[in-house]
Design a binder for this molecule. Structure first.
Ligand SMILES: Nc1ncnc2c1ncn2[C@@H]1O[C@H](COP(=O)(O)OP(=O)(O)O)[C@@H](O)[C@H]1O
Ligand SMILES: [Mg+2]
Length: 258
């Protein structure tokens, strides 16, 4: 049985794509079959973390949404490209970086129901242990539909009042949609904040579990999305935190075990 995990945030730039790619790599490194789908069609980006340029993306989610390309044919196996050891597998369903295709989304929108059918298709045909959905920030139709399919919602926020308010809204909507598990990750936390105090405040505010409080990291900024941190810096303290987060997202994944 596959676990579907939506990674969302109310506002942009919280670190969703980096978190999604690192959790995905962590799980694949532990032997899982993992797919990541980039549903941020209006501002795609996660392909970069997997070492791809827009020109490397020959088939995209857009081809599935607007043409008749089966979604399974869009899934790229990036296991070797990112340098994962044998065992697990990592797939990416990228969004198009072609300007014409992005502006078409802005102009015409797309059939969000078709996106959910595609997600169901991936889950039933790719024998995945986990499918991670990297979403467009804010609440919109496709996010709501993907929440309905999700076993776990991870809401990423910064310790910032604007994020606090928006996260409350997302958490409330997800509860109404009866998402089985809602987990919050506080990211980019100043290193002189007490993570336990931050976690306590967030838990009390939303009555949701806090899966991780991750620090602001100059080393992650320095990598600048040119790779997956846990694979580039396997012995870094932040990598250990991503592994622990992956273990919480998919209990029993034996993440981090070499
Ligand atoms: N914990 C962190 N510390 C410092 N910078 C971070 C952290 N997490 C993400 N970033 C940086 O924040 C920026 C936005 O990250 P990204 O993952 O693209 O966010 P989103 O997908 O939510 O827009 C990137 O430059 C990334 O390197
Ligand atoms: Mg993103």
């Amino acid at each position: 049985m596959s676990v579907v995990v939506s990674v969302h945030s109310f506002r942009g730039g919280t670190g969703k794509s980096n978190l999604t790619a690192n959790v995905a790599a962590s799980l694949a490194r532990a032997g899982k079959r993992v797919a990541v789908i980039d549903t941020d069609i209006q501002s795609p980006g996660i392909h970069v973390l997997f070492g791809l340029d827009g020109d490397d993306v020959h088939a995209s989610l857009n081809d599935y949404l607007w043409h008749d390309t089966p979604i399974r044919d869009v899934a790229m196996d990036v296991t070797d490209r990112v340098g994962l050891p044998d065992g697990g597998r990592l797939f990416l369903i990228p969004s198009s970086m072609k300007p014409g295709e992005i502006t078409r989304v802005l102009r015409e929108g797309y059939d969000a129901q078709r996106l959910t059918s595609g997600i169901r298709d991936l889950v039933s045909h790719m024998q995945l242990d986990v499918l991670l959905i990297d979403t467009h920030p804010g609440l919109n139709e496709e996010t709501l539909l993907s929440l309905v399919l999700s076993d776990v919602l991870v809401i990423v926020m910064r310790p910032d009042k604007q994020d606090f308010e928006g996260t409350g809204i997302t958490a409330r909507v997800a509860k109404e949609l009866e998402v089985p598990r809602i987990s919050i990750v506080v990211n980019k936390t100043p290193t002189d904040f007490d993570p336990e105090a931050v976690a306590k405040r967030v838990t009390e505010s939303y009555d949701c579990e806090v899966a991780a409080v991750l620090p602001h990291s100059d080393d992650l900024m320095r990598l600048g999305s040119e790779g997956i941190f846990v694979l580039r810096h396997p012995d870094h303290e932040l990598s250990a935190r991503y592994h622990r987060l992956a273990e919480r997202v998919l209990p029993g994944g034996n993440v981090g075990a070499d």
